[in-house]
Write a protein that binds this ligand. Structure first.
Ligand code: GLC
Ligand code: CA
Length: 529
């Protein structure tokens, strides 16, 4: 059956700042990533999604781009990037750039021009207003910032240093497409598109996500950039109901390959405090959302299968009893990777990495966390509660250095890491490499199975059918193609159940032995033909 190439990809996200430092300044960089290509090849991933490495004042860790065509010196040179693209390709790994098209940095030359005067040709690239409307920035405070030179306000949904682009302006859109094409012509595979659901916004009407022009704009972006080369496109989306999601991914509409959707995580958020105060996790509620994404017209749906990224606290802390850390880490990966969609691994998932330890509020580096320490107190939390909320939820948790070994600097740097999460003995590449039962070696086996030609069509194309719905703490389903059936049965809890019948050859299992019981976080993946 003909299928788009991206349906055979398994993607690894790198947050470059925290992956591997090559020059001892405590900040991960591109030469560091190049040095780890053999590791990634052995892991088995087919593509790297690289969080932004473009020139940036780093107000939002690179999601504030000052020049779409150049690499920030802290990450290396433009030549280093070319070398990464080339060497990765040689290792069978494609590079996906993280394009932030909703806003630039205020240091971008477009904004520097636009903010000079009302008749500047770049003025229309951004969104202006004489008086602010009552709308808050995601990072706290008003979304309108005063610009003294023009005596009016520009719109920024994120930090004041991240002015939103005006997608109504055709010249602006063309300038962005040129930037995308610049990278496609260099041989990158495609893009992860930052907060892409916002580009149809109608600020005057208070509409941000899913605005009226969103889908026509995505179609245009597709046709003028990655659609030309058959490249991959992964759109970041925080909210999309089932039908909206299918609009993005319906191949006939030529919009996106897939959307990276957070509705599973958002469902646990508090009405008032949002993500900073989550309800207890319920496997059933989680499962209901994930299963819905597997249902409906599957010719239009292609899901993203992930637990973590650079914006989320680690899923192991959120959803599992850490007494069973390794079992849970293995189970969570295997429980979702056999659904219909593209599996994503965020750096360190393959080690079972957990949240960092931040002794003091001063240890947090992220603008969102720093601002929210105060905002949460303004909303009524005590200092201790606000610190606890940061410990559980700050994005710094996902951004602590990758653990290459358990020594000082974690094998990440010879210098002082820009952010530190404290020690975590036992969970590093060098330690897990040696242990045949480590999370790392389980990930390798799981990825090899996912890519195995014998099962590829079954895992890619098989119909989804949920099993054991009566067990609210289980994730269990079948993928069915002709008379072949791949079955996944997982216990998403810290207590045992009677063991289900495993009637077929086991392809993947996360305990070393067999048992009469279905143990905490145990998972079986087996063939049932
Ligand atoms: C996305 C990014 C996040 C960033 C925000 C603004 O959500 O993943 O890290 O802060 O967009 O660009
Ligand atoms: Ca460095």
């Amino acid at each position: 059956m003909a299928h788009p190439a991206f349906q055979d990809d398994i993607i690894y996200q790198i947050f470059p700042r925290s992956y591997k430092d090559s020059n001892g300044d405590g900040i991960g960089d591109i030469p560091g990533i190049i040095s780890k290509l053999p590791y990634l090849k052995k892991l088995g991933v087919t593509a790297i999604w690289l969080s932004p490495v473009f020139l940036s004042p780093m107000e939002d860790m690179g999601y504030d781009i000052a020049d779409y065509r150049h690499i920030d010196p802290i990450f290396g040179t433009d030549e280093d990037m070319d070398e990464l693209i080339k060497k990765a390709k040689k290792a069978g790994i494609d590079i996906i750039m993280d394009m932030v098209l909703n806003h630039t940095s205020k240091e971008h030359k477009w904004f520097k021009e636009a903010s000079k005067s009302k008749d500047n040709p770049y003025r229309a690239f951004y969104i202006w207003r004489d008086e602010p409307t009552p709308i808050d920035s995601t990072f706290g405070g008003s979304a309108w910032e005063y610009n003294p030179a023009t005596k009016d306000y520009y719109f920024h949904l994120y930090a004041p240093g991240q002015p939103d682009l005006n997608w109504d302006c055709e010249a602006m859109r063309e300038a962005l497409y040129d930037a995308c094409n610049y990278w496609l012509d260099k041989g990158v595979y495609g893009f992860r598109l930052d907060v892409i659901e916002n580009i149809g916004k109608e600020v005057e009407q208070g509409i941000i996500q899913n605005g009226p022009h969103l889908h026509e704009r995505l179609h245009e972006l597709n046709r003028k950039t990655f659609g030309r080369t058959g490249g991959i496109s992964i759109g970041e989306c925080w909210c999309a109901d089932h039908d909206t999601r299918l609009l993005y991914t319906d191949p006939a509409r030529q919009e996106l390959s897939m959307v990276f959707l957070f509705n599973d995580w958002c469902t646990f958020h508090d009405k008032e405090f949002g993500k900073w105060k989550c309800r207890p996790f319920s496997p059933k509620e989680y499962r209901d959302i994930i299963y819905e994404r597997q249902s409906g017209d599957q010719s239009k749906a292609w899901d993203t299968l992930f637990w973590n990224n650079h914006d989320l606290p680690r899923a192991l802390n959120r959803y599992a009893n850490l007494e069973y850390r390794d079992q849970a880490a293995k189970m969570m990966f295997a429980a979702t990777m056999f659904l219909r969609g593209t599996p994503f691994i965020y750096q360190g998932d393959e080690l079972g990495m957990v949240n960092g330890h931040f002794a003091s509020v001063k240890d947090f580096q992220d603008i969102e966390a720093i601002n929210h320490y105060q905002i949460l107190q303004d909303k009524g939390m005590s200092k201790e509660e606000a610190k606890d909320a940061l410990d559980k939820t700050a994005r710094d948790n996902a951004r602590i250095p990758m653990r290459w070994n358990s020594q000082k600097g974690y094998g990440f740097t010879n210098g002082k890491p820009w952010v530190d999460g404290g020690k975590d003995p036992g969970h590093s590449v060098s330690e897990e490499e040696k242990d045949p039962n480590s999370v790392l070696n389980f990930y390798r086996a799981a990825i090899a199975l996912w890519k195995d030609k014998q099962y590829r069509d079954l895992i890619r194309d098989g119909a989804f059918s949920p099993d054991y719905l009566e067990h609210e703490e289980w994730i269990a389903y079948s993928r069915i193609l002709g008379n072949r059936k791949l079955r996944v049965i997982a216990n998403f809890s810290d207590h045992p159940y009677p063991k289900p019948i495993i009637d077929g050859p086991v392809l993947l299992h996360n305990y070393e032995d067999d048992n009469e019981e279905f143990r905490p976080y145990e998972i079986y993946v087996f063939l049932n033909e």
